[in-house]
Design a protein around this ligand. Structure first.
Ligand code: EPU
Length: 329
């Protein structure tokens, strides 16, 4: 228990794009009890990574990359409360919950990455977001070696963001996440694409959501990617109405609050003509324009070059500014 340190460590297995960058040190934390990292870290820069499903390395990292051991550790509390080690794969937790007759995570099936990253990003898919079930997050401060607990409200969850994403260069690492799950299965079919899917059991719904997701994403063993590369842009009503008038074929925008609507970045990029296009060793996934993928051996700079070209073109054609969901290092 404790940690393992690797020098000049390849990060290819630590980012789902499969970019071949290196870190001066890779620290794999197995347990935080009695852990004192501050003498080791000194004044070096550091960066916390989960499974690397939302990070693009444009250069070697001259500092410490910290990650939690990728182990499945779950404890069951009272009344559907479940606490998972943040280094566990989120999808393994979804299956664990169903195996224990606990419900509420099934719509998040097949999301890549760790439980900790699911909180940082407030991951969401098919009508569910991490914030719907996360009730407590425990962090470990790498500078002071102290634990801190945040309630769900204190996490400041937003669309693909949280206080932990805002402070991703801060000194806290998420170590445990508590979810409040239900002991009865009520299918959440609010997302349009789920209409008509099998949902008699939570496992059936999970299996069909998994299949649906994989229709739109490259298989990781074939092509690296970061899932949706861009966030869906949130715009005011006037902008939404302008686009709808200009493009009657635009998919329905989702109302976020009284003033704002979320548009489909995938549709905008597709409409701008980028689907299936490639630039260097990076491409726009032919089945989903929101996904950039590695044709083999791409660099982070090539990813950024294609992303920049798409942002400029969408800006030019629709006057909408796309923002990456991924963190560029
Ligand atoms: N669309 C196109 N062309 C494309 C892609 C999409 O016309 O190339 C249209 C679709 O036909 C649909 C609309 O755009 O009318 C929205 O597409 P979809 O329902 O597939 O969802 P999305 O907005 O592309 C979001 C999340 C995904 C999540 C799905 C399902 C973001 C940035 N992306 O995608 O999350 O799985 O909804 O809930 O919010 C991720 O964040 O990595 C991710 C995969």
């Amino acid at each position: 228990m404790g940690m393992k340190i690797y020098r000049n460590a390849p990060l290819k297995a630590f980012n789902t794009f499969g970019i071949a960058a290196k870190a001066r040190r890779l620290v794999v934390i197995e347990d935080c009890d009695d852990l004192d990292l501050s003498p080791l870290l000194g004044n070096n820069p550091w960066f916390i990574i989960g499974a690397g499903s939302d990070v693009v390395f444009t250069h070697d990292y001259d500092g410490f990359v910290l990650t939690l051991a990728p182990e499945a550790r779950v404890t069951m509390g009272d009344s559907g409360r479940v606490t998972a080690w943040a280094g566990m794969k989120m999808d393994d937790l979804v299956q664990w919950a169903l195996d224990h007759d606990l419900y509420g995570l099934e719509n998040l099936s097949a999301i890549p990455g760790t439980v900790g990253a699911a909180v940082v990003q407030n991951v969401g898919a098919y009508g569910a977001e991490a914030k719907d079930t996360v009730v407590e997050v425990e962090t470990f401060d790498l500078r002071t070696s102290t634990y801190h607990r945040y309630t769900g409200d204190e996490c400041r969850f937003g669309y693909r963001t949280s206080r932990f994403k805002e402070q991703h260069d801060g000194s806290e690492i998420i170590v445990n996440v508590t979810f409040a799950l239900r002991d009865t299965f009520v299918p959440n079919l609010s997302y349009k694409a789920l209409e008509g899917l099998p949902h008699t059991t939570a496992q059936a719904l999970r299996d069909s959501i998994t299949a649906l997701r994989w229709q739109k994403l490259p298989k990781p063993e074939e092509h690296g990617s970061a899932g949706s590369f861009f966030k869906n842009p949130v715009v005011d009503e006037a902008t939404c109405l302008r686009l709808k008038a200009d493009h009657p074929d635009m998919p329905e925008a989702h109302k976020v609050n009284d003033q704002n609507y979320k548009l489909s970045a995938g549709w905008l990029i597709d409409k701008a003509g980028w689907k299936g296009k490639t630039m260097g060793r990076v491409g726009v996934w032919p089945q989903n324009a929101l996904v950039l993928y590695n044709l083999g051996g791409c660099t982070g700079d090539e990813v950024v070059a294609l992303a920049d070209a798409i942002v400029a073109d969408v800006q030019n054609k629709f006057s909408i500014t796309l923002e990456p969901e991924a963190i560029i290092i």
